[in-house]
Design a protein around this ligand. Structure first.
Ligand SMILES: *Cc1c(COP(=O)(O)O)cnc(C)c1O
Length: 374
């Protein structure tokens, strides 16, 4: 949790005052998308897939235009059926959200709140901190080992007040992966009343055979939820569609509080079509494997260290915050936007999304020039 609890500069005397929890939150800093003076921008700051939206999703989105006076199906039934068919899951145990971010927020409020602790790993996704703090929980960031969540440390941090553990696997922004054996050990060591949230936003990119996105642990008990998103490999970040797979009681609780029409008409249609796009995930994953490797190797060759990653992004490690900031500024001067990592307590790193071949080559060339002259 951030330490700032002062009122905003814009707060006027006598005007309505937000709850103190709200003012303890540092607003989420999204990936930048514009560079002053650059006419062509390469945006590699938000882990959006490398290929734009699936063509079928564009067509499905356009086809909804004449129907947008209608409310969407509040239960996202067709989309839940399509997700269920694609991943072999019971649609009754699926809930859709306005991005998985919406679901993260509801989970924090449903199971957290004043007097409770929420655990996350030190360099976990900042939305857990924002949502947990807003809910009124104490958010505890548990130290990691080698930029990887430490299961023993998480279990040791559990108190009687702990109600939720949020864990992204693979993790954003570090790219680290926990094998299924570690996830099973985590679940087994947690009290049953603690909800384990496995955020598998990058599941499709993982090629490690000892990986499970969370389905096995959801099916094994009443205490785990898996979150997924259409914003990354499926290329629909602008549509805001995510989903959760969970035991019936958890789905029921979320359905009571989520926006009644949370996933809009066009987003539902686009997501159904994205799932049906032939070969989309396969070609995206093959591209990611090839270019993540090539770009990392190119950076390593210029003397920049990189952290192993199982997602469509990786951390480039510049050893000091000053050097990372200089590299960031150098990239920006060439119209290339990556993600600064100060908000994740990794100011010496930059997170780089794997883009197209051309974009990756542009990053490699720019950073080689930076290392040679910057
Ligand atoms: C991108 C991301 C999300 C958010 O996805 P939306 O569905 O766009 O809200 C959730 N978790 C992690 C770890 C992410 O990187």
């Amino acid at each position: 949790m951030s330490e700032t609890t002062e009122l905003a500069d814009t707060q006027e005397a006598g005007a309505p005052v937000p709850r103190p929890e709200v003012m303890a939150i540092a607003a989420y800093v999204a990936g930048e998308s514009k560079v002053a003076g650059a006419n062509r921008v390469i945006k590699l700051s938000s882990n959006e897939g490398a290929f734009g939206p699936p063509p079928g999703a564009i067509a499905a989105y356009a086809a909804t235009a004449a129907e947008i006076h209608r409310y969407p199906d509040g239960g996202s039934a067709a989309l839940r059926r399509a997700i269920g068919a694609r991943f072999g899951l019971d649609p009754e145990r699926i809930v859709c959200g306005t991005g998985s971010d919406e679901l993260i927020g509801h989970i924090a409020h449903i199971y957290g709140g004043p007097g409770t602790d929420i655990l996350m790993s030190a360099h976990g996704f900042t939305m857990y901190d924002i949502a947990g703090t807003y809910a009124g929980s104490r958010v505890v960031k548990v130290p990691e080992q080698n930029l990887t969540a430490d299961i023993d440390a998480i279990l040791a941090a559990v108190t009687p007040a702990t109600t939720i553990v949020f864990l992204a696997n693979p993790n954003n922004p570090t790219g680290s992966l926990l094998p299924q054996s570690e996830m099973v050990r985590l679940r087994a060591g947690l009290p049953r009343h603690v909800l384990l949230v496995i955020d598998a936003a990058y599941a499709e990119y993982v090629e490690d055979p000892d990986y499970d996105p969370g389905v096995a642990l959801v099916d094994a008990g009443a205490d785990t939820i898996m979150l997924r998103t259409f914003s990354k490999v499926f290329g629909l970040g602008g549509m805001r569609v995510g989903w959760g797979y969970a035991p019936p009681a958890v789905i029921d609780a979320i359905n009571r509080v989520r926006g009644v029409f949370n996933v809009n008409l066009a987003a539902q249609a686009a997501a159904v079509a994205a799932l049906a796009e032939p070969g989309w995930v396969e070609s995206s994953v093959a591209h990611n494997r090839e270019w993540r490797g090539k770009l990392m190797a190119a950076l390593n060759a210029t003397g920049i260290a990189t952290w192993p990653s199982h997602g469509n992004f990786f951390l480039a490690d510049f050893a000091t915050a000053e050097r990372a900031a200089a590299a960031d500024a150098f990239l920006k001067s060439r119209g290339i936007i990556v993600r600064a990592m100060g908000a994740y307590a990794l100011p010496h790193c930059l997170r780089i999304t794997v883009g197209t071949a051309e974009e990756c080559n542009a990053v490699a060339e720019a950073l080689a020039a930076f290392m040679a002259h910057g």
